[in-house]
Design a protein around this ligand. Structure first.
Ligand code: NAD
Length: 398
């Protein structure tokens, strides 16, 4: 794929229009950082307000505060928390670079649409996370960490009892028993946070490596009594279980769930629908007042049967199921600061001598680019042609 280069990089961010989104793709400190690398920043007025950053703060660091349309028209690279859709996408010009979580694994049509429009799509979910040079660009890790932290707080808030053990004049309160299903980046943060709140934590993950990680945080690993030791797929991720394995896992989780007061689920398989780990039968077995928080809840389903994104469902037996897929947005200042650093480092990686360009053979860059302009005369080539013509002219004159 040949991609047109652009000389002066103008990086823009708009106000996120999604109802549940409070994060900003750029924070004021990163404006300064980008400015030092000759990248100018365009920020839609109000873009950082929900995350706690005012227009004045961005302007003080050197950003140009613009209208929504100005950002889209005057920038040659745009950063997004939520990928651009509808009218926003319509207003992005050909050749513009769009950096964000583009759901490229699960939505080929979207990638095709970017290609059709000549938009250069940089899909952050495709970051080769195993590369040490990619660590500071890893938005999956940064946002999932924030999500896991907030998940424990949200569950503690929703639960009608204490998380810690407490001895009072009126008696001793036993600590809450918390189960965390899916012990990846988010799950491990949830374990740490729930433990710091004083809960007794048990966790489970299908990857064999996770047992040690769970135990190193002082939690117990849930023994389901079934062997899913082949649950690890490529790159350290979970693989999708076979229908038989999945059914066995559900039955075992449903049975064990009854021992807990709070269940937090964070299980995902990259590019696939989240696995359902707890069925209605398992939820039925929980005691009245128990809380289930499904961080994977989505329109396609989540880890818990009956969970609904952005809703709390109360079962007839008094168990509350909270579906919250955007917990990172509920810690918007920190989540934005981390995301902004991730996006900026990706952007800077693509900046070469002639501005934004994709270096052939660069593993990281080639992994991230999902759509781009078909072969087009690059500015670099045009500049070379002008230089060659000028040299020729000077030689003739001598
Ligand atoms: P994720 O968000 O895709 O998944 C969350 C967790 O759900 C994972 O731990 C996964 O194993 C688990 N899961 C999936 N199906 C399950 C099932 N049926 N039952 C129980 N659990 C299930 O992944 P993530 O949290 O972003 O990362 C997962 C792992 O990837 C990390 O723990 C790490 O090993 C690896 N990783 C490596 C790097 C690196 O190389 N630098 C960076 C980030 C992550």
């Amino acid at each position: 794929m040949t991609i047109e280069t652009t000389s002066q990089v103008k990086f823009g961010v708009t106000l996120q229009s999604c109802e549940h989104e409070a994060r900003a793709a750029l924070t004021p400190d990163i404006v300064t950082r980008l400015g030092k690398k000759s990248v100018s920043c365009l920020v839609e007025s109000g873009a950082g307000l929900a995350a706690g950053f005012s227009d004045e703060q961005y302007a003080a660091e050197g950003a140009r505060i613009c209208t929504h349309d100005e950002v889209l028209h005057d920038s040659n690279a745009l950063g997004f928390i939520e990928r651009p859709e509808g009218k926003v996408l319509d207003d992005i010009g050909r050749g513009t670079w769009v950096i964000g979580m583009l759901s490229s694994f699960s939505d080929e049509n979207y990638v095709a649409e970017l290609s059709r429009r000549g938009i250069v799509g940089i899909a952050m979910e495709r970051l080769p996370r195993q590369l040490s040079s990619a660590q500071s660009m890893d938005a999956m890790t940064s946002q999932n960490s924030v999500m896991g932290y907030k998940a424990a707080l949200r569950a503690a808030d929703a639960y009608g009892g204490f998380f810690p053990m407490m001895t009072t004049a009126a008696g001793t309160i036993r600590p809450a028993k918390v189960l965390i299903l899916g012990a990846g980046i988010a799950g491990l943060q949830a374990i740490g946070t729930a433990r710091r709140l004083g809960a007794v934590v048990t966790a489970y993950d299908v990857r064999p490596a996770s047992r040690e990680e769970v135990e190193s945080l002082g939690a117990s690993f849930l023994d389901l009594g079934i062997d899913l030791s082949a649950g690890q797929g490529e790159g350290g991720y979970a693989r999708e279980l076979s229908p038989e394995e999945h059914a066995a896992q559900q039955a075992a989780v449903d049975k064990k769930a009854a021992d807990f007061d709070v269940i937090i689920t964070t299980a995902k398989v990259p590019g696939r629908k989240p696995p359902m780990l707890l069925t209605s039968a398992g939820v039925e077995g929980l005691h009245r007042g128990a809380v289930v928080l499904d961080c994977a809840a989505s329109e396609l389903g989540g880890n818990v049967e009956g969970s609904k994104p952005f809703e709390t469902v109360t079962t007839p037996r008094g168990v509350r199921i909270l579906g919250d897929p955007s917990l990172a947005s509920e810690v918007p200042a920190t989540a934005s600061a981390l995301f902004s650093r991730n996006v900026a480092d990706i952007l800077l990686h693509f900046i070469g001598e002639n501005g934004l360009t994709v270096t052939e053979g660069d593993e990281l860059e080639e992994a991230l680019v999902v759509s781009g302009k078909p072969a087009a005369p690059a500015i670099a080539e045009a500049a070379e042609a002008v230089t060659a013509a000028a040299t020729e002219e000077r030689t003739d004159q001598r």
